[in-house]
Design a protein around this ligand. Structure first.
Ligand SMILES: Cc1cc2nc3c(=O)[nH]c(=O)nc-3n(C[C@H](O)[C@H](O)[C@H](O)COP(=O)(O)OP(=O)(O)OC[C@H]3O[C@@H](n4cnc5c(N)ncnc54)[C@H](O)[C@@H]3O)c2cc1C
Length: 456
């Protein structure tokens, strides 16, 4: 006999789960969220938000140090590690409270504890069984180390790396995807010695090569030692340092930070008994409405296919909640999930790289436009980046958009919208962009595709 019953029970209160719960409640469904840790999930408490809070301080620190160039003399600029740690904690705590407030406002029951599926598809938390009309699994992912290496006091996962009690003198970041690039970019600006080591042949391996060249050049100028094509091996963690080798090199650093990958957090869920099947890669299998092989159970976010990103989790939460509530909804278009890396310079992209488009056999044209070409690039000292568009040759449909620059992660939203609305470069080329803004580089990139960029 169930102790309590809800139309929708969401397991996991991260960005996927809390958004799904709010949407289900908005649609009039009695809703509960089961969370074993904190409202807001890992994104808000241990990943996206703390990382971005630290990166913001790195940005301000660097601006303060170089402000004399723009006519602001500042003396005694230094990093206050304790104050930074305090702010990081406060920002997350404030947002966690905000999510808890949204639960209250929407009359969503917050159930603390570890949730799992009972054989009949209801939800167990400890000894209590909650009857569920529909269940949405949003339990996210956990850090994975590199083969043969255990996390420890000196070998850190990304949360360990972002929450060190003292600033280290030297670190090596293993894995130069978004998380690794962000760690390296923050620590070098904090004044720590940084090695960034990637076993594949380029940093930011999923990004377009032309953009990566800009980032790599800047990283090296900033003092990051970048190594590619070099797997990290022979890791020996001591009490005060870590020794390891990479390629033909050996090194010793205060901390090894592993930003290698993540695996779905599904072990405790009792999926088998409830008839929820996994994909070949260990993530929960879903259809286009986020439904699993058990038609009453949905799954969203890092536990399912596609890039592990918070905005993707949130959108999937909307789709799952609307479908679970019996509403018409639109499946998530995985091809339109933007990537966003908040290193300096930022990198953001959506759709195909030029290489991917060619590999797919698409007949394309592409254009690059440098941010230095528009006035705002000089005003805001954001001249080194670029916008690159990959476009279908015949119809002008934008297949991929790529931006590197200090505001790239905000700017990409316009390209996602254009692509979602099936606009091409010719429509984009006639849309006014406010002056002087860096976004004018998007306008000129759209024109450059057809050879008529104004400022080239
Ligand atoms: C360092 C770092 C930085 C990142 N930065 C960004 C970024 O800038 N932008 C971006 O879009 N993405 C970023 N990501 C990725 C992003 O954090 C994830 O994609 C996002 O958190 C996934 O959301 P989710 O809702 O699937 O799960 P999560 O945020 O992982 O939340 C899942 C929640 O479920 C809970 N849970 C798990 N199992 C159970 C259970 N059995 N019972 C009850 N509760 C349970 C967990 O405690 C957790 O609170 C970053 C990731 C890392 C590691």
């Amino acid at each position: 006999m169930a102790d309590d019953s809800f139309d929708v029970i969401v397991i996991g209160g991260g960005p996927g789960g809390y958004v799904a719960a709010i949407r289900a409640a908005q649609l009039g469904k009695s809703t509960a969220v089961v969370e074993k840790d904190k409202a807001g999930g890992r994104c808000l408490n241990y990943a996206c938000i703390p990382a971005k809070t630290m990166l913001h301080t790195a940005e301000v620190l660097e601006e303060a140090r170089s402000s004399a160039e723009i006519g602001v003399k500042a003396s005694g600029v230094e990093l206050d590690w304790d104050a930074l740690g305090k702010r990081r904690t406060e920002v997350s705590a404030g947002l966690e409270n905000g999510v808890a407030g949204l639960f209250k406002k929407n009359k969503i029951e917050f159930i603390e504890g570890e949730g799992s599926l009972a054989d009949d598809g209801n939800v167990k938390v400890g000894e209590t069984v909650y009857e569920a009309g529909k269940v949405i699994i949003a339990t996210g992912s956990v850090a994975q180390s590199i083969p043969g290496v255990e996390f420890s006091d000196r070998v850190l996962d990304t949360w360990g790396a972002w929450s060190l009690p003292e600033q280290p003198d030297s670190v090596a970041v293993v894995g130069a995807g978004a998380s690794g690039a962000e760690l390296a970019s923050a620590y070098i600006r904090f004044g720590t010695e940084v090695k960034l080591i990637e076993m594949l042949d380029q940093i930011l391996p999923t990004e377009d090569r032309d953009l990566v060249r800009v980032v790599e050049r800047t990283f090296k100028k900033q003092g990051i030692e970048v190594s590619t094509g070099t797997p990290v091996e022979n890791v020996e963690a001591g009490p005060d340092s870590v020794k390891f080798s990479y390629g033909d090199n050996a090194a010793e650093v205060d901390y090894l930070m592993i930003a290698g990958g993540r695996v779905p957090d599904v072990e405790a869920l009792g999926l088998d008994a409830a008839g929820v099947e996994l994909d070949d890669d260990g993530r929960i299998g879903i259809d286009e409405y986020q439904r699993t092989s058990n038609q009453n159970v949905y799954a969203i976010g890092d536990v399912v296919r596609g890039p592990a990103l918070a905005h993707k989790a949130m959108e999937e939460g909307i789709v799952a909640a609307e479908h679970a509530a019996g509403e018409q909804t639109h499946p998530v278009n995985i091809d339109l999930v933007p990537g966003a890396t908040f290193c300096q310079p930022q990198v953001a992209s959506v759709g195909l790289t030029e290489a991917q488009a060619k590999q797919d056999g698409r007949d394309i044209k592409s254009a690059k436009f440098k941010l230095g070409g528009v006035g705002a690039g000089s005003v805001y000292n954001d001249r080194d980046g670029m916008v690159k568009l990959v476009v279908d040759k015949q119809y002008g449909e934008i297949l991929g958009a790529h931006i590197v620059g200090n505001r790239a992660c905000d700017m990409i939203a316009e390209l996602v919208a254009t692509m979602a609305l099936e606009g091409g470069n010719q429509e984009l080329a006639r849309i006014m962009h406010p002056h002087p803004t860096i976004s004018e580089a998007i306008l000129d990139a759209a024109r450059a595709v057809d050879g008529w960029a104004t400022h080239a």
